[in-house]
Write a protein that binds this ligand. Sequence first.
Ligand code: UGA
Length: 324
Amino acid sequence: MNILVTGSSGFIASSVVKNLLNCGNNVHGIDDHNDYYDPELKKYRANLNIALGLAFHKESILNKEFLRKLFRDSKFDSVLHLAAMAGVRYSQQRPELYIDTNVTGTLNILELCKEFGVKKYALASTSSLYAGEPLPYVETLAVNNPWSPYAASKKSAEVLSYSYQHLYQIDVSILRFFTVFGPAGRPDMSIYRFIDGALNGEEVEVYGDGSQARDFTFIEDIAEGVCRSVKLSGYNIINLGGGKNPKTILDLISTIELKTGKKMMVKFKPFIDSDMKVTWADITKAKTLMNWYPKESFESGIEKTIDWHENNSEFIAKLKNIKR
Ligand code: UGA
C-alpha cells in the first residue's frame, strides 16, 4: 500500500512508520520538526526510518499547497494522521498552537483525502477526552467535557473526521491512546523525565501527590494497533490502552528506582487542573474488531525504555532540556 503518515518524526508515528516499512509498504512521512522539544530527537527518529526507505518531507500540515502537490503526486491508499501538538499541560499556555495544528491541520488533511479520493484514514486521539467519566473508559461515552484545550482540540478533530466519513465515505478510525511510553519517547512526558532524573541523579517534579494513575501503554503495542486499524471500514472509535492495571505516578517512580537501582529525588509541586486523575481503557472493542491487546508488561516496557536511555546517554545529554 501507498501510505502517508503525518507527524512521522514523532514518538508514536515513527514507530508506526517502521512497522509499515517492515511490512513492505511504500511510506511517505511529513513532519515540521517544530521545537516543542529538541528537534534533534525528531531528526534521530526520522533518520532511522529514512534508512529503511521512508520518503520524508520536512513540512507543516498547515502548508496546504505543499500537501496538495504531495497528494497529487503520490496517490495515497491510506493516511495515518498522527501529527499533533500533544502536551496536555502546555495547551493551557499556548492554546492557539493546538487549534492551528490539531484542528486546522486535521481539516487540511481531511480536505485532501476528499479531493484525492483517499479511502482510509486514521486519527491519533487521546484518553484525555474521558475526563470525569466513569471507569473503565468505554468508547460509547459522550466525552463532551474536555479539561484542557488539548483535549478540546482532539474532540474537534474527532468530530470533523466524523463529518468526512459521513459525507465522503472515507473509512475513519479514531484511535484513543493511553499514555504511550517506550524508547526514544517524548521528553516532556513523565517516564522520560523520571528515567532521565534517576540515571543522572537529578531532581524530578511530581505534580500533586503522585496518586494520579495512568493506563500506560508500550509503544510497540500501539504501533501494532495503528497498523491493524487500516483494515477497518466505516467510522470506529477505538481505545488503545493497557486495559487492566493503571499505575500511579508513585508506582512508576518505585518501578524506575527498582529497575535502575537508584533512589530518586522527588519534589512535589501543585496538581495541574488540566491533568486527568485516572485513565483506564476498556479495550473490548480493540480485541473484538482487530484482535488487538497489549503484549508488553509495564515492567518489561520500563526496562526496555531504561535500556534505551542507558545506551544513548551521550546523545540524550546533548539534547536541549526544554521544560514544558
Ligand atoms: C500523555 C501524553 O502527553 C498526551 O499526548 C496523550 O494524549 C495522553 O498521554 C493520552 O495518552 O491520553 P499524560 O497522561 O499527561 O499525557 O502523560 P505524562 O506527561 O506522562 O503525565 C502523566 C502524569 O504524570 C500526569 O499527571 C502529570 O502531571 C505527571 N507528571 C508529568 C509529573 O508529575 N511530573 C512530570 O515531570 C511530568
